[in-house]
Ligand binder design. Sequence first.
Ligand code: CA
Length: 423
Amino acid sequence: MRILLASAGLALALASPALAADCGNTAAGFDSFIKSMEAEAIAKGVPEKSVRALDGIEYDPAIIKRDRAQNIFSDSFLDFQKKMISSYRLKQGQALVQKHKALFDRINKEFGVPAPVIVAFWALETDFGATTGDFDTIRALATLAWDCRRPEKFRPQLIAALDLLSKGDLRRDEFKGAWAGEIGQTQFMAYDYDESAVDYDGDGKRDLRNSIPDVLASTANLLRKHGWQPGEPWLQEVKVPAKLPWEEADIAIRHPRSQWSEWGVTQVNGSPIKGDGFPAALLLPMGRNGPAFLAYENFTSAYLKWNESLVYSTTAAYLATRIGGAPAVSPGRAPVEHLSYDQIRLLQQKLQDLGYDVGKVDGKIGAGTRAAVKDQQLKLGMPADSYPTEELIERVGTGSKKKAKPAATEESGQSTDEGSNLY
Ligand code: CA
């Protein structure tokens, strides 16, 4: 379950003229689109032989059906982690850390990424390689690249897949994976595979489908490229006091641990956290009454680049701490109401009407929605923990209004609420 990111290379590809090309939500027009992608690939220097892999590719409505059906990120963090962190994944994860200890030691020495972090992704993405998917990657990417929902994300991935094919790591018939184009045991998108996969068993091929050394080292290498800082923590569960300047609890805001300690943040068992100058953000995935974590730079950079969904990233980072020996998460101070998909959409619509940029009204709480919620909470004199409640929905719009933005921003069709967009 990877999310696509506009890294530097992709951003370059985004500037290509193909973006202006048509898109379609059916097979009509697909063949001429494929011809235009072939021309673009050739123009970008992809060898002709690989580009020919697009010849005769057919539109796959089953991929679009999958795409439209996904809504798992409407779960709250507590529900999602419960669903995703089975006792099997936990136990097997710990067993695999031991089984591959020598390999993980070598990887940690070279890339600085500890075993539990890698194993947690291995667990969540494919159950340690058991479910890598059987969709034809080129066909899946071509279908999603033609689809109108987010061609800007999949067109560069299609070109990257053709380029990857030319490298010879995988044969054409090995280009198989998840419906959204991810390949291998930790589900790399083609661009990341092409740029960041490494051959770690020395057979000359970067095989993320079958070689465990290649999979684990490549995962570490990708995290490192995302900004992983060796030797630093990523996530630590904490306990928050009943009162705190809640507006400081924001993954975009970091304070020294000493500051959090001063504000009353403690370890889960109530003992003090390290009161040093090490910077951390206070992450409250379900608001001030729910679970609480200190999120370090490795979380805000590496994890959120792996997947922009806050719920997924918090779950992956938390699972890594569990595999490393941390106890099960505390549910927090009080039961937290989790808004339904329709309630979140209603709130997003109200916020958009007030002029906030919440991206698409899609029922998913991303960075834009969180920021707007926080702004309204501050204006309404509510605790500004960025977590929406029914009370907020009722009161939104009754405070002072934010000046509306020019309509052009909203008509661009480009969501800026990136945290909410899976794929
Ligand atoms: Ca290899």
